[in-house]
Design a protein around this ligand. Structure first.
Ligand code: NAD
Ligand code: ZN
Length: 344
């Protein structure tokens, strides 16, 4: 699996990159925001290069943007020995990686993730692609970058709401894999977290899981903790004026699912209380009452289910998790009510 390097500053990462190989040309892909905030931090350290900019936002993770990127790569006369550096969040990473992996049957690319979410999640696993006709990540490939370079220096310009959203994946990784790390994390508010060790921890854990279960036959499903309820919430709120960020939905999903685990005697009441306390202090309330029916019906359509049963990955004590646990709608309703009570 691809090597991931982490450093506060981008300079040592760029230096490392150019010791790996020689390329015929270098192209940097940014989005409108990373062009402004992140590109100036790497530009002085790069050799001569082409610059490409895509519009920021999930709504641009589509085939039209790909066509523009392929068009420009063609105009730049790129050959198959070219390199593309993708500087951006998960949107640019998924789309830019996909364009590179398919251009002339594939040129080398490097991911430089600039959001916390992309650094701890999208940076590992080789999943690339775009949305298509309303379906998320519908078209894509598996392809690994030459290397993934993570600089926490980029996080200083990231809007706080984005940072908080990415933090939910870190919390998830701790809850399902490492009790000691969870205790460290929940002893500090978001603003006092030290990102390098947390990102390193998340990347290492996600890598291990994928290495053990590359085809998502079992173990890899533990990464879905918080996501069965979370995805349903995210889709339910998608069309509303108060759209939820991915991590906000996952944080609510983790609390609901942790309650289900506790009701199934997989988690102690004390552990649940600690999780509830920290999530409540870190994430704003999502009003679940009006969306209960829609959430349950969306969960029933989850492609991970089997035989019409809702299947979830749930924590088994803090630091472990079990997947494919059967859950019925009544348990979900009880846990959603619990969430509402926690947040009153
Ligand atoms: N490939 C995978 O395994 C994987 C895993 C998780 C998520 N994803 C994908 O990632 C996407 C979400 O990623 P995201 O949350 O990074 O969203 P994003 O790429 O849209 O970035 C969020 C916003 O922050 C801006 N931004 C990025 N870095 C910045 C910085 N350093 N300073 C200021 N602004 C900055 C972006 O321009 C954008 O407006 C989704 O499309 C999702 O499907 C992929
Ligand atoms: Zn997620």
């Amino acid at each position: 699996m691809t090597h991931v390097s982490i450093d506060r500053q981008p300079l040592p990462l760029i230096q490392l990159l150019f010791t790996l190989k020689q390329w015929s040309s270098v192209t940097v892909l940014t989005d409108t925001n990373t062009r402004l905030h992140c590109y100036p931090l790497i530009r002085p350290h790069l050799p001569e290069h082409h610059l490409l900019e895509m519009e920021a936002g999930e709504e641009h993770k589509n085939i039209d943007t790909c066509m523009q990127v392929w068009q420009r790569l063609t105009e730049f006369n790129l050959d198959r020995h070219a390199l593309m550096i993708v500087l951006g969040g998960g949107v640019a990473g998924d789309l830019g990686g996909f364009c590179a992996a398919t251009f002339k049957r594939g040129i080398d690319f490097v991911l430089m993730p600039t959001t916390l979410l992309a650094q701890v999640d999208a940076s590992v696993g080789g999943k690339l692609g775009i949305d298509f006709q309303g379906f998320k990540n519908h078209i894509g490939v598996f392809c690994e970058p030459i290397v993934t370079l993570i600089s926490t220096g980029f996080l200083s310009t990231l809007p706080e709401r984005e940072l908080r959203s990415g933090f939910a994946e870190i919390i998830k990784h701790c809850l399902i894999s490492d009790r000691a790390m969870w205790e460290k994390v929940c002893s500090k508010p978001l603003k006092d977290q030290e990102w390098e060790p947390l990102i390193e921890h998340s990347v290492k854990f996600k890598k291990q899981v994928i290495e053990k279960d590359p085809r998502e036959a079992g173990l890899r499903k533990i990464l879905n903790f918080g996501h069965t309820v979370g995805h349903a919430l995210e889709s339910t709120f998608l069309e509303s004026a108060n759209r939820l960020y991915h991590g906000e939905a996952i944080a609510a999903g983790m609390l609901v699912e942790a309650r289900i685990a506790q009701q199934k005697s997989m988690l102690s009441a004390d552990d649940l209380a600690a999780i509830a306390d920290y999530l409540k202090r870190t994430y704003p309330k999502v009003d679940l009452t009006p969306v209960y029916n829609e959430v349950v019906s969306r969960m029933r359509q989850d492609k991970k289910n089997k035989d019409n049963k809702i299947l979830m990955a749930l924590p088994e004590g803090i630091g472990h998790a079990r997947w494919d646990v059967e859950v019925n709608p009544g348990e979900v309703e009880e846990a959603m009510n619990y969430y509402q009570v926690v947040y009153t």
